[in-house]
Design a protein around this ligand. Structure first.
Ligand SMILES: [Zn+2]
Length: 294
């Protein structure tokens, strides 16, 4: 991924080295004991909230002078984390640029979320979270929480290397912020309250697959405007989406798969919804709530 020299977001809150308390919302995958609040039946989601987003929005391609990045820093080192921090700040800035434009073109204002870097555990407005939860978005304070060690876990545990895979993780969480900004998370959550476990899981899957599609959409727009994508990047992101699919995680974790317990979708679904957003560059394709076939 080409990113060196690009704008870094000011919306990073670096709270690494601190301590915090838990509950995570809408993480990237079913890692550890993540508690998913975004659940419910898939009723009452207004697709027009997404449909309204793309009217007349056509980003103009524009060349940005950047360098190719080759090689990653040694994992776990402080220097490595600082470089990764810089990388995350650039990706976050890219999401701000894309979503600001999309919201603006539909007469809305994109309120930029904060991204909190932490180590081990952190107190969020959604409760105490630990690194075992994986990255997550908390709608209560509109912040994305990320322990950078997750990227190392992506490589070592999930066999999902590549900076663009890491960018997908950030873009997925920002996708939840977009959903929150459009009222989708709130609706989903209220539907969850009147749903049984199975129905709650089903709405969670649709929320998560939509976030994957929005991440793909971001990748499309970021590449159109800044040419960030290099050879192999899209495959790396799709591999990452696939790596955190519920079926694969369950098979590796417990040796068998329980579809009704899925909260994020299968590997195949996650990769496919990411690709759908990426290839079409059409946010309307992210209407997972009315899709008959996920
Ligand atoms: Zn998620």
């Amino acid at each position: 991924m080409r990113w060196i020299g690009d704008r870094e977001s000011d919306n990073i809150e670096d709270r690494r080295g601190g301590s915090g308390m838990p509950i995570a919302v809408g993480g990237i995958g079913g890692l550890g004991a993540i508690i998913v609040l975004v659940v419910g039946l898939f009723l009452g989601i207004d697709p027009s909230t997404l449909l309204a987003l793309l009217n007349g929005d056509q980003a103009q391609p524009q060349q940005t002078d950047t360098q190719t990045v080759d090689g990653r820093p040694s994992q776990g080192s402080e220097a490595g984390h600082d470089r990764t921090r810089q990388f995350v700040a650039v990706v976050l800035a890219d999401t701000e640029d894309v979503w600001r434009q999309v919201f603006k073109s539909s007469g809305k204002t994109y309120v930029e979320p904060k991204l909190v870097l932490y180590t081990s555990q952190i107190a969020s407005a959604c409760g105490l979270a630990s690194a075992a939860s994986g990255p997550f978005y908390c709608p209560n304070d509109q912040k994305v929480y990320l322990d950078l060690s997750f990227f190392e876990e992506m490589r070592a545990r999930f066999n999902a290397p590549g900076e663009f895979a890491d960018a997908y993780v950030v873009a997925h969480e920002i996708g939840h912020h977009v959903q929150n900004s459009l009222g989708i998370l709130k609706t989903a959550k209220s539907e969850e309250a009147s749903s049984d476990r199975r129905g709650a899981n089903a709405i969670s899957v649709r929320v998560e697959l939509q976030a994957d599609c929005l991440a793909g959409f971001w990748a499309n727009r970021a590449d159109r405007t800044k040419h960030v994508i290099e050879q192999g990047d899209v495959e790396a992101a799709m591999n990452a989406a696939s790596a955190v699919g519920d079926d694969r995680l369950q098979r590796e974790g417990q040796g068998y798969v329980v579809p009704d317990s899925f909260t994020h979708g299968t590997s195949e679904q996650r990769a496919r919804w990411f690709r759908s957003g990426f290839e079409t560059g059409d946010v309307r394709r992210g209407d997972t709530f009315n899709a008959t076939d996920l």
